[in-house]
Design a protein around this ligand. Structure first.
Ligand SMILES: [Zn+2]
Length: 340
């Protein structure tokens, strides 16, 4: 059986790479914030919501999107350790391109030079190092055209010139709105722990044929029909057929990670793109779909291909989900044992 398994794994590495966007190597370290920081953030969002008239989930979503960009680009977007906001604005953008004073903090001269810096805290200074001023300035910029969801989307597009940024912020806002809280970091293993499954690290193994793509994910072998569960809180971003991945579903979480579940035998029919999911929620079932026309099944043994991609603004980078899978498996089994 072991030999058969190994052969199957090698075969699968060859066939289930690819099929999703732009790829490159990356690394994924998730930081878990202290509960106190969520209280401080929530206060900041409520105060900016009061000043702008925009509901706090949208303010929070802008901040969170900015935070994920700052985490993905720590060198070009340095954030002080004690900052409450994740917003980064370059000096030039803050002060205005032609402003002779690079570090300008005078709201009137900044406005004159079309900088985006504003005073959000009410002290008369537009301070690029201050949480309230930073977040308020970006939110106010996005609200220039109006505060309806459509106007806000257009305002965000004009600020970022990136449709993905707008999509992310709207997804994050939806998550915050539906749970009415910031702390949404729980995780589960994708398959029920009591089910029969096996997996090992297969990151980076090269395909035998069909180009030089690497295997970007972990294959979890399990029987046909074993439930596949969302590993995180998130929004369904993609659901349908893909020539490599078969029936696959893509879920975006608040860390701006895209969780990719492929080769499913089917989906939970009630779920559609834009829907919110929780950790442990069943989204589909293990299968062997893919590698052919829509509906093709059985070209390889059933398994779940699980991949994670980090949105870095303009491209997404895959990173090895194996260590996270092991951690989630361990944490969940610990939690189950302590409940007994
Ligand atoms: Zn795979």
């Amino acid at each position: 059986m072991q030999v058969l398994r190994t052969t199957a794994i090698v075969f699968l590495i060859a066939i289930c790479t690819g099929g999703y966007g732009l790829h490159a190597y990356g690394s994924g370290k998730e930081k878990i914030a202290e509960p106190d920081i969520f209280k401080q953030r929530r206060q900041l969002y409520e105060s900016i919501s009061l000043k702008t008239g925009m509901e706090w989930p949208y303010v929070a979503a802008v901040d969170q999107y900015e935070r994920t960009m700052s985490q993905a680009h720590p060198k070009s977007r340095p954030i002080p350790k004690d900052a409450i906001t994740g917003v980064f604005v370059s000096e030039q953008r803050w002060s205005g391109e032609l402003n002779p004073e690079g570090g300008d903090s005078n709201p009137a001269s900044i406005r004159f030079f079309h900088g985006i810096g504003r005073d959000g805290s009410g002290d008369g200074i537009a301070d690029r190092g201050q949480d309230e001023d930073l977040l308020y300035s970006v939110v106010a910029q996005a609200l220039l055209g109006g505060s309806s969801e459509d106007d806000f989307s257009i305002g965000l597009w004009e600020y970022y010139h990136n449709t993905r940024a707008v999509q992310r912020i709207m997804q994050f806002a939806k998550l915050y709105k539906s749970f009415d809280r910031l702390e949404l970091s729980g995780h589960t293993f994708p398959l029920p722990l009591k089910s029969n499954y096996s997996f090992r690290s297969t990151w980076g193994n090269s395909r035998g044929w069909g180009g030089k793509r690497i295997h970007e994910g972990t294959d979890i072998f399990a029987g046909h029909g074993v439930p596949v569960r969302s590993t995180s809180y998130g929004v369904i971003e993609m659901k349908g057929w893909n020539a490599y991945g078969g029936w696959r579903i893509g879920i975006r979480d608040l860390n701006n990670l895209y969780h990719y579940y492929a080769h499913l035998s089917g989906f939970d029919k009630k779920l559609k793109a834009g829907d919110i999911v929780r950790p442990g929620q069943v989204v589909g079932w293990v299968g062997s779909s893919g590698y052919g026309r829509p509906g093709t099944q059985g070209k390889f043994p059933p398994h779940l291909h699980y991949g994670i991609y980090r949105d870095r603004g303009l491209v997404e980078w895959a990173f090895d989900p194996y260590p996270l899978l092991r951690r989630w498996e361990r944490d969940e089994s610990k939690a189950l044992r302590s409940k007994r």
